[in-house]
Design a protein around this ligand. Structure first.
Ligand code: AHM
Ligand code: MG
Length: 339
């Protein structure tokens, strides 16, 4: 069988579907190249001196790891000079990063979480990169945070990489979700699965159970019913997994179905949730919907939320459609009963 590289895949998509512009293709290839570089750094681990804390705090108030900082720099440097972007924004930077004046500017905005699952770096568990591509609003030459505040339905592409036993890139440009595996010998991403589909039903869920006592009542009730298994109202047993790297948890769902929740809880209520809308929730929601799954904030479709701030946080519910619809309905019924 001929192997199809990411480059060939994108060129063929560009020919058959006009919506992949040459600049979008370049953008995706540049992001993929930066991710190869990150993958190499992660792979060297302690030998590369990249483990441990960077000694700084990011805009989220979280201690940065050396690899958070390095991955952010790799993505910035790779994307500055190609002429495909108007600006970039990242979990690790307070404000958007403008393209330096010495380089040409393009029409896209790139927003990313350079290293998701940072708490897993030092224990050698899978981490990843998440990214989302938006259009720069017409006539804007110096984009500021406000120009990134577009609902997820406006995304033109989204993807994630998983740095695990193998390095994977999972991508959508709005016509299905496709998986590429990094061939370390030839140094390129190769198409390994076309059209990933998330089954509508599942018996596997992912949630950080240690927050149980802090959840809202409908979340408590939904999970309690799963835990009661065969003897409870659901009449069947459910299995649980929690990697604490969203990319790894979402990738399991992309592979064999399941649901992932980071619901509102008493600890994160004031911030709106734990995960960030623009570079965690929205790209994952786009990918999950493209694979036939569903994604909400517990009450409404994630992709329709109007962002209010670059680093806004939201509750995240995504995965197999029937479970996401059920838990969302339980939240809405709970709200209706209170009014
Ligand atoms: P990060 O982007 O700083 O790594 O944080 C996001 C991560 C997600 O990958 C993961 O689902 C979640 O935080 C884990 O949270 P917890 O530590 O509560 O289990
Ligand atoms: Mg993250």
């Amino acid at each position: 069988m001929t192997s199809i590289s990411l480059t060939r895949f994108l060129i063929e998509e560009q020919r058959s579907r006009r919506q992949i512009t040459p600049d979008l293709r370049l953008l995706i290839e540049v992001v993929a190249r930066a991710c190869k570089h990150i993958s190499l750094a992660i792979g060297r681990g302690a030998l590369g001196g990249v483990l441990g804390d960077a000694g700084a705090i990011n805009v989220q108030g979280e201690a940065q790891k050396k690899l958070d900082v390095l991955s952010n720099e790799i993505l910035l440097e790779a994307n500055e000079w190609g002429g495909h972007l108007a600006a970039l924004a990242s979990e690790e930077m307070d404000e958007p990063h403008l393209i330096p004046h010495r380089y040409p500017k393009g029409n896209y905005l790139l927003v990313f979480d350079p290293l998701d699952g940072s708490s897993n770096i030092d224990v050698n568990i899978s981490v990843g990169t998440i990214f989302s591509v938006l259009r720069c609003p017409e006539g804007v030459t110096e984009p500021v945070a406000e120009h990134f505040l577009q609902p997820g339905t406006e995304q033109v592409a989204a993807g994630y990489t998983v740095y695990g036993p193998s390095t994977l890139l999972v991508l959508t440009t709005g016509s299905g979700v496709h998986q590429f595996t990094l061939d370390r010998e030839i140094g390129s991403f190769v198409l390994t699965r076309r059209d990933l589909r998330i089954p509508e039903d599942t018996s596997e869920f992912a949630i950080n159970m240690s927050n149980q006592r802090h959840w809202e009542p409908p979340m408590q009730r939904y999970i309690q019913e799963l835990l009661e298994g065969k003897a409870g109202p659901r009449g069947r047993d459910f299995n649980m997994r929690w990697v604490a790297s969203m990319v790894a948890d979402v990738h399991r769902i992309m592979t064999r179905g399941g649901v992932f929740f980071y619901p509102l809880d008493a600890k994160t209520r004031d911030k709106g949730g734990k995960l960030r809308l623009l570079y965690e929730a929205n790209p994952m929601a786009f990918l999950v919907e493209q694979a036939g799954g569903a994604a909400t904030d517990g009450r409404q479709r994630l992709l329709e939320r109007r962002p209010l701030a670059l680093h806004q946080r939201v509750p995240v519910f995504l995965g197999s459609r029937n479970e996401i619809e059920r838990v969302t309905r339980m939240h809405l019924e709970h709200d209706a009963a209170r009014t």
